[in-house]
Design a protein around this ligand. Structure first.
Ligand SMILES: Cc1cc2nc3c(=O)[nH]c(=O)nc-3n(C[C@H](O)[C@H](O)[C@H](O)COP(=O)(O)OP(=O)(O)OC[C@H]3O[C@@H](n4cnc5c(N)ncnc54)[C@H](O)[C@@H]3O)c2cc1C
Length: 305
């Protein structure tokens, strides 16, 4: 075999994969960090004080700081809770994730932009195939193969790596579908919006089984909700939330959604050379859907031969 052999190929350059790649490269491992690129992860972007401290996130990445959280009950009772240890940081995932990938690269990881397609176990190694992303659409680029002693699947919810490697329970896991809109903050805002507060709304009209949120992002905001009920209109629910804070006519910059795992998988590995991390392994706080910190914690705990 003339191809290069990596100690580990990390598929997915979100918080889990980038942190795993960074920490393993720091330990002297030969690491390839593969991410398909081209899409900003749909996310409210709220990160807790502990993440900012433990993973040395610079202030320049924070687009807003929320110093309190408002809980709104089904009966519209509002309770404001100050954030312990200062503030919750708000990040823009396009900038934040790229910064994490660059930090992994600075630690020695090799970066590649490509779309994972399959893997095969061969003589104690794993052959990973992916399509390089160029001008062609994803899936139509040149097919490349690399070899690794271990693979970390950090490719998010409904992990393609997990399914290709036959990780038990991966194909059957349950998800909430979360949707949000990024709005430009109007110049004049109502008393129901506070740019230093995260609102969390538990109301039937907003979600029958999850919650809605209004998160400040400086000049913009993320306003969203989620549900496992496929018949529930997330768009209408967000429309309702917009009306509640008087932002019906605010400029819509982007709208997007993604599955959010609600429960860790029983197994995170295939018993051989593949392990999952972050959303791929279903690691989020089930009460809130908060996953960035847990993705980084699992990513930074990876050990490979
Ligand atoms: C609408 C919404 C709002 C949320 N809000 C918050 C919040 O405010 N705070 C919070 O903590 N959590 C939030 N979450 C959860 C959080 O986004 C995730 O838990 C977190 O991003 C998980 O990180 P990860 O690295 O495991 O996966 P991801 O962030 O999903 O990263 C996966 C990476 O894999 C790459 N990838 C995927 N498939 C392939 C492939 N085939 N080949 C190569 N690369 C691939 C993707 O490009 C991506 O970079 C939210 C989620 C949603 C959907």
């Amino acid at each position: 075999m003339t191809q290069e052999i990596y100690d580990v190929v990390v598929v997915g350059g979100g918080p889990a994969g980038s942190t795993a790649a960074e920490k393993l490269a720091e330990k002297g491992k030969k690491v390839l960090l593969l991410d398909r690129g081209g899409r900003v992860k749909p996310c409210g972007g709220a990160i807790p004080p502990r993440l900012i401290k433990d993973y040395k996130i610079p202030d320049s990445l924070l687009v807003a700081k929320a110093t309190s959280a408002r809980m709104i009950s089904p009966k519209n009772k509002k309770v404001d809770i100050p954030i312990e240890n200062g503030f919750v940081g708000m990040v823009d995932r396009g900038t934040f994730d790229e910064w994490l990938r660059q930090r992994a690269q600075a630690a020695g990881a090799i970066r590649e932009v490509g779309n994972f397609s399959e893997l095969k176990e061969l003589d104690g190694l794993v052959e990973i195939s992916y399509r390089v992303r160029g001008k062609a659409q994803i899936g139509e680029g040149e097919l490349k193969k690399v070899y690794a002693r271990s693979v970390i699947g950090a490719d998010g919810a409904k992990s393609g790596v997990g399914r290709a490697a036959g990780v038990a329970g991966c194909a059957e896991a349950n998800y909430v579908f979360a949707y949000h809109e990024i709005l430009r903050k109007p110049e004049k805002t109502s008393i129901d919006y506070d740019a230093s507060r995260c609102d969390v709304i538990y109301q039937q009209q907003v979600s029958p089984d999850f919650y809605g949120w209004v998160f400040p992002h400086g000049d913009t905001l993320s306003i969203g909700t989620g549900s496992a009920d496929k018949g529930f209109s997330l768009r209408n629910a967000v429309g309702h939330l917009r009306a509640q804070i008087g932002f019906e006519n605010a400029e819509l910059i982007r709208h997007e959604g993604a599955p959010l795992p609600m429960k860790p998988l029983k197994r995170w590995d295939n018993g051989k050379h593949v392990v999952l991390a972050g959303d791929a392994a279903g690691v989020v706080a089930p009460s809130s859907g908060e996953g960035i910190y847990y993705a980084m914690l699992v990513g930074s705990s990876q050990q490979v031969r």
